[in-house]
Design a protein around this ligand. Structure first.
Ligand code: NAP
Ligand code: GDD
Length: 344
């Protein structure tokens, strides 16, 4: 049985990847962090699975990583663990670098020392394109990071490439554009919109308060994106790939589609921080702008060119934005009702 080692199993992508690897017959060694409250909600259904073994670990602890890789000797390593919130990285830049940048170095170093035949996947990001130099962005587009998170991830991207070239390791960067799901963290914009709008609709919250609603992203469905991670490690040669839908939409557009799912027709009034989004029929204010959610430096637009992945991996996104909104709104109406004890 092949062995996989996955950091960040408690996160959105980690939970989908563990499910995929189980399906493919792997023994999956996942890392979790000790927390003062339970943080395993996304993988609770997998905890007792015979193919799953969980280990306490942290990307800031190299002795722990060395021991784990020396004893597990995995065939594949997926480095998904990260302080992954862009806005938070401005508040904890040094910690973000410790986890996202040098954490990747620690893991690569452990692999080089204890299981150099393993294959390595690095969770690189479209945030590295930042202030974009061309549209759409492909594997050859120059980078221009705009946050401590993106700068840290750029180090991780290059150290992965450097270990591949220096030590002949099988190490790949998946440059993934934003991908969302019903398991997305609630502080990322799509999930914030779907949960908060569900709460507004049910009378549990007044409005949804957002920052820059004119930012544009290439949003795909996370469950499909983990398949691309696995495919990258099944090729003859290691390489880097952009994974994206090839379509770009604004946060404003995401709000309109989510509101429409609930039967509202969102219209906009005012501008800047005084702009509001109102339901045209009832006049109810659904969206307000809140300066707290603006970032010191913004990534205005990201649009991926996934043609290399389609050509070489046979991977293509299937879920479009409308279907993504359906999946998330449908799930969040259920989740929010359950949390509020609303029985139908
Ligand atoms: P996520 O939901 O925030 O999950 C991050 C995972 O990393 C969690 O399991 C978290 O553990 C773990 N983690 C945090 N700090 C750690 C540390 N010091 N040591 C070990 N693990 C740590 O993120 P995601 O959306 O699944 O993203 C997965 C990866 O892909 C991340 O590296 C992210 O930067 C990258 N990425 C994501 C996207 C996207 O759109 N989702 C796009 C491109 C790249 P806790 O649960 O204990 O906090
Ligand atoms: N989080 C958040 N909250 N973002 C908001 C809000 C808000 O209230 N209002 C507007 N936005 C805007 C942000 O300013 C940003 O331009 C956009 O919505 C998307 O923000 P996020 O959903 O937080 O995602 P991100 O693009 O910054 O980062 C995500 O995608 C990256 C890939 O491009 C994260 O998953 C990163 O880990 C990932 O690398």
């Amino acid at each position: 049985m092949k062995r996989a080692f996955v950091t960040g199993t408690t996160g959105q992508d980690g939970s989908y990847l563990v499910e995929l690897l189980i399906e493919k017959g792997y023994e999956v060694h996942g890392t979790i962090r000790r927390a003062s409250v339970f943080n395993t909600a996304r993988i609770d259904h997998l905890m007792d699975h015979p193919q799953v073994k969980l280990h306490h670990s942290d990307l800031t602890d190299s002795s722990n990583l060395n021991k784990l890789l020396a004893t597990i000797k995995p065939d594949e390593i997926y480095n998904l663990g990260a302080q992954s919130h862009v806005a938070v990285s401005f508040e904890v830049p040094e910690y973000t670098a410790q986890v996202d940048a040098t954490g990747t170095l620690r893991l690569l170093d452990a692999m080089h020392s204890f299981c150099p035949e393993a294959r390595f996947y690095q969770a690189s990001t479209s945030e590295m394109y930042g202030k974009v130099r061309e549209v759409p962005q492909s594997e050859t587009t120059p980078f221009y990071p705009r946050s401590p998170y993106a700068v840290a991830k750029l180090y991780a991207y290059w150290i992965t490439k450097n270990f591949r070239e220096s030590y002949d390791l099988y190490a790949c960067n998946g440059i993934l554009f934003n991908h969302e799901s019903e398991r997305r963290g609630r502080t990322f914009v799509t999930r914030k919109i779907t949960t908060n709008l569900a709460q507004v609709h049910l009378g549990l919250r007044d409005t949804v308060r957002l920052g820059n609603i004119d930012a544009k992203r290439d949003w795909g469905y996370a469950k499909e994106y983990v398949e691309a991670m696995w495919l990258m490690l099944q090729q003859d040669e290691p390489d880097d790939f952009v994974i994206a839908t090839g379509e770009m939409h604004s946060v404003r557009d995401f709000c309109e589609r989510s509101a429409s799912w609930l039967g509202y027709n969102l219209v906009w009034e005012g501008e800047g921080v005084t702009e509001i989004g109102r339901d045209e029929t009832t006049g109810k204010v659904l969206i307000e702008i809140d300066e707290r959610y603006f970032r010191p430096a913004e990534v205005e637009e990201l649009l991926g060119d996934p043609s290399k992945a389609e050509r070489e991996l046979g991977w293509k996104a299937k879920v479009g934005l409308d279907e993504l909104v359906d999946i998330m709104m449908e799930s969040d109406m259920r989740v929010v009702k359950k949390e509020a004890g609303i029985v139908e």
